[in-house]
Write a protein of this length. Structure first.
Length: 216
Protein backbone atom coordinates (compact mmCIF):
# COMPACT_ATOMS: atom_id res chain seq x y z
CA UNK A 1 0.00 0.00 0.00
CA UNK A 2 2.87 2.36 0.77
CA UNK A 3 4.42 1.69 -2.65
CA UNK A 4 1.07 2.31 -4.31
CA UNK A 5 0.75 5.59 -2.37
CA UNK A 6 4.23 6.71 -3.46
CA UNK A 7 3.41 6.00 -7.10
CA UNK A 8 0.19 7.99 -6.86
CA UNK A 9 1.98 10.98 -5.30
CA UNK A 10 4.59 10.90 -8.08
CA UNK A 11 1.84 10.67 -10.70
CA UNK A 12 -0.07 13.60 -9.21
CA UNK A 13 3.03 15.78 -9.07
CA UNK A 14 3.81 15.02 -12.71
CA UNK A 15 0.36 16.29 -13.78
CA UNK A 16 0.28 19.57 -11.88
CA UNK A 17 -0.27 22.48 -14.28
CA UNK A 18 -2.09 25.05 -12.16
CA UNK A 19 -3.32 25.62 -8.65
CA UNK A 20 -1.38 24.72 -5.52
CA UNK A 21 0.11 21.33 -4.74
CA UNK A 22 0.00 21.18 -0.96
CA UNK A 23 2.04 18.62 0.93
CA UNK A 24 0.64 17.21 4.14
CA UNK A 25 1.58 14.54 6.68
CA UNK A 26 -0.14 12.32 9.21
CA UNK A 27 0.20 12.41 12.98
CA UNK A 28 -1.92 10.84 15.73
CA UNK A 29 -4.71 9.78 13.33
CA UNK A 30 -4.91 13.25 11.77
CA UNK A 31 -3.68 14.68 8.48
CA UNK A 32 -1.77 17.94 8.94
CA UNK A 33 -1.14 20.74 6.44
CA UNK A 34 1.50 23.48 6.69
CA UNK A 35 1.16 26.90 5.05
CA UNK A 36 2.03 30.55 5.62
CA UNK A 37 -0.28 33.48 6.32
CA UNK A 38 0.18 37.22 5.98
CA UNK A 39 2.15 39.89 4.12
CA UNK A 40 5.01 39.46 4.56
CA UNK A 41 4.44 35.74 5.03
CA UNK A 42 4.93 34.72 8.64
CA UNK A 43 6.41 31.45 9.87
CA UNK A 44 4.37 28.49 8.61
CA UNK A 45 1.56 27.19 10.77
CA UNK A 46 0.32 23.61 10.85
CA UNK A 47 -3.41 22.88 10.79
CA UNK A 48 -5.61 19.78 10.73
CA UNK A 49 -7.32 18.91 7.44
CA UNK A 50 -11.06 18.36 7.92
CA UNK A 51 -13.43 17.33 5.12
CA UNK A 52 -16.37 17.53 7.53
CA UNK A 53 -16.27 21.30 8.08
CA UNK A 54 -15.82 24.47 6.04
CA UNK A 55 -14.11 27.11 8.16
CA UNK A 56 -10.37 27.73 7.87
CA UNK A 57 -9.03 29.09 11.14
CA UNK A 58 -5.77 29.51 12.99
CA UNK A 59 -4.96 30.65 16.49
CA UNK A 60 -3.94 34.31 16.70
CA UNK A 61 -1.85 36.39 19.06
CA UNK A 62 -3.63 37.70 22.18
CA UNK A 63 -5.83 34.59 22.34
CA UNK A 64 -7.37 33.67 25.69
CA UNK A 65 -7.73 30.84 26.33
CA UNK A 66 -5.20 29.39 23.91
CA UNK A 67 -4.52 25.87 22.68
CA UNK A 68 -1.07 24.31 22.61
CA UNK A 69 0.62 24.60 19.23
CA UNK A 70 4.08 23.64 18.01
CA UNK A 71 4.48 26.49 15.52
CA UNK A 72 4.64 30.28 16.08
CA UNK A 73 1.25 31.94 16.58
CA UNK A 74 0.01 34.12 13.73
CA UNK A 75 0.13 37.83 14.58
CA UNK A 76 -2.36 39.87 12.50
CA UNK A 77 -0.77 43.14 13.63
CA UNK A 78 2.41 42.23 11.72
CA UNK A 79 0.58 41.65 8.43
CA UNK A 80 -0.26 44.38 5.90
CA UNK A 81 -2.98 42.27 4.27
CA UNK A 82 -5.05 41.29 7.31
CA UNK A 83 -8.57 42.73 7.11
CA UNK A 84 -11.52 42.02 9.40
CA UNK A 85 -14.81 41.39 7.64
CA UNK A 86 -18.00 43.35 8.20
CA UNK A 87 -21.28 41.54 8.82
CA UNK A 88 -22.99 42.20 5.44
CA UNK A 89 -20.18 40.50 3.46
CA UNK A 90 -20.83 37.26 1.58
CA UNK A 91 -18.29 35.28 3.60
CA UNK A 92 -19.85 36.37 6.87
CA UNK A 93 -23.28 35.45 5.55
CA UNK A 94 -21.90 32.02 4.61
CA UNK A 95 -21.82 31.27 8.33
CA UNK A 96 -25.14 30.08 9.68
CA UNK A 97 -26.81 32.53 12.10
CA UNK A 98 -25.92 30.34 15.08
CA UNK A 99 -22.21 30.47 14.13
CA UNK A 100 -21.83 34.22 13.54
CA UNK A 101 -22.00 37.24 15.84
CA UNK A 102 -21.87 40.92 14.89
CA UNK A 103 -20.05 43.12 17.39
CA UNK A 104 -20.87 46.74 18.23
CA UNK A 105 -18.70 47.94 15.32
CA UNK A 106 -20.50 45.59 12.90
CA UNK A 107 -17.49 43.31 12.48
CA UNK A 108 -18.20 39.64 11.86
CA UNK A 109 -17.16 37.19 14.56
CA UNK A 110 -17.52 33.42 14.46
CA UNK A 111 -17.99 30.60 16.94
CA UNK A 112 -17.41 26.97 16.02
CA UNK A 113 -17.80 23.82 18.10
CA UNK A 114 -16.72 20.36 16.94
CA UNK A 115 -18.02 16.90 17.77
CA UNK A 116 -15.44 16.33 20.52
CA UNK A 117 -16.52 19.61 22.22
CA UNK A 118 -13.36 21.44 21.16
CA UNK A 119 -14.18 24.96 20.06
CA UNK A 120 -12.90 28.22 18.61
CA UNK A 121 -14.17 31.79 18.64
CA UNK A 122 -12.71 34.86 17.01
CA UNK A 123 -12.79 37.36 14.16
CA UNK A 124 -13.66 36.48 10.58
CA UNK A 125 -11.14 38.15 8.28
CA UNK A 126 -9.37 37.91 4.94
CA UNK A 127 -5.66 37.31 4.50
CA UNK A 128 -3.02 36.27 2.01
CA UNK A 129 -2.24 32.55 2.20
CA UNK A 130 0.78 30.82 0.70
CA UNK A 131 0.33 27.16 -0.26
CA UNK A 132 3.06 25.16 -1.94
CA UNK A 133 4.91 28.32 -2.99
CA UNK A 134 1.81 29.90 -4.57
CA UNK A 135 0.22 33.02 -3.11
CA UNK A 136 -3.55 33.48 -2.77
CA UNK A 137 -4.91 36.85 -1.52
CA UNK A 138 -8.25 37.52 0.16
CA UNK A 139 -8.80 34.09 1.66
CA UNK A 140 -11.52 34.22 4.31
CA UNK A 141 -10.51 32.64 7.61
CA UNK A 142 -11.07 32.74 11.32
CA UNK A 143 -8.54 34.46 13.56
CA UNK A 144 -9.01 32.33 16.67
CA UNK A 145 -9.00 34.37 19.88
CA UNK A 146 -10.67 31.93 22.31
CA UNK A 147 -9.80 28.30 21.66
CA UNK A 148 -10.43 25.16 23.71
CA UNK A 149 -9.68 21.47 23.27
CA UNK A 150 -7.01 19.17 21.92
CA UNK A 151 -5.94 20.04 18.40
CA UNK A 152 -2.85 17.80 18.31
CA UNK A 153 -0.47 20.76 18.87
CA UNK A 154 -1.76 22.35 15.66
CA UNK A 155 -2.73 25.99 15.23
CA UNK A 156 -6.21 25.31 13.86
CA UNK A 157 -8.20 23.56 11.15
CA UNK A 158 -8.46 23.77 7.35
CA UNK A 159 -12.05 23.07 6.29
CA UNK A 160 -12.29 21.10 3.04
CA UNK A 161 -16.08 20.83 2.92
CA UNK A 162 -18.50 22.05 0.25
CA UNK A 163 -19.48 25.37 1.84
CA UNK A 164 -18.41 28.82 0.67
CA UNK A 165 -15.83 29.20 3.45
CA UNK A 166 -13.90 26.01 2.68
CA UNK A 167 -10.43 26.12 1.15
CA UNK A 168 -11.57 24.35 -2.02
CA UNK A 169 -14.47 26.77 -2.56
CA UNK A 170 -12.35 29.87 -1.96
CA UNK A 171 -9.60 28.80 -4.34
CA UNK A 172 -12.39 28.68 -6.95
CA UNK A 173 -11.11 25.59 -8.70
CA UNK A 174 -13.50 23.02 -10.19
CA UNK A 175 -11.84 19.97 -8.69
CA UNK A 176 -9.20 18.66 -6.34
CA UNK A 177 -7.58 15.36 -5.52
CA UNK A 178 -5.47 14.08 -2.68
CA UNK A 179 -3.45 11.02 -1.81
CA UNK A 180 -3.59 9.99 1.85
CA UNK A 181 -0.44 8.31 3.20
CA UNK A 182 -0.88 5.18 5.30
CA UNK A 183 -0.93 5.94 9.02
CA UNK A 184 2.44 5.14 10.55
CA UNK A 185 4.23 5.05 7.18
CA UNK A 186 6.12 8.33 7.72
CA UNK A 187 5.21 9.32 4.16
CA UNK A 188 3.72 12.64 3.05
CA UNK A 189 0.62 13.12 0.93
CA UNK A 190 -0.29 15.72 -1.68
CA UNK A 191 -3.45 17.77 -2.14
CA UNK A 192 -3.71 19.01 -5.73
CA UNK A 193 -6.22 21.75 -6.60
CA UNK A 194 -7.18 22.69 -10.16
CA UNK A 195 -6.89 20.99 -13.53
CA UNK A 196 -3.81 19.11 -12.33
CA UNK A 197 -6.16 17.07 -10.14
CA UNK A 198 -6.63 14.32 -12.70
CA UNK A 199 -7.17 10.71 -11.76
CA UNK A 200 -4.52 8.05 -12.48
CA UNK A 201 -5.58 4.80 -14.14
CA UNK A 202 -7.07 2.21 -11.82
CA UNK A 203 -8.09 4.67 -9.09
CA UNK A 204 -11.63 5.15 -7.81
CA UNK A 205 -13.45 8.45 -8.39
CA UNK A 206 -15.95 9.47 -5.69
CA UNK A 207 -18.45 12.22 -6.48
CA UNK A 208 -19.17 14.74 -3.72
CA UNK A 209 -22.78 15.87 -3.33
CA UNK A 210 -24.36 18.52 -1.14
CA UNK A 211 -25.90 17.09 2.01
CA UNK A 212 -29.42 18.11 2.92
CA UNK A 213 -29.83 20.38 5.92
CA UNK A 214 -31.29 18.89 9.07
CA UNK A 215 -33.22 21.10 11.47
CA UNK A 216 -32.75 20.54 15.18
Amino acid sequence: MVKRGKKRVQWLKSKITDGPAITFREASSEYLMSFSIGTPAQSPVTAIMDTGSDLIWTQCKLCHPCINQSTPTFDPKKSHSYSKLKCPTNLCQALSPRLSICDDKNYCNYRYRYGDNSSTRGALATETFTFGGKVFPLIGFGCGLANLGNFNNCSGIVGLGRGALSLISQLNQPKFSYCLPTFGSGETGTLVVGCGATNPPGQLIIDFIMACQVSR
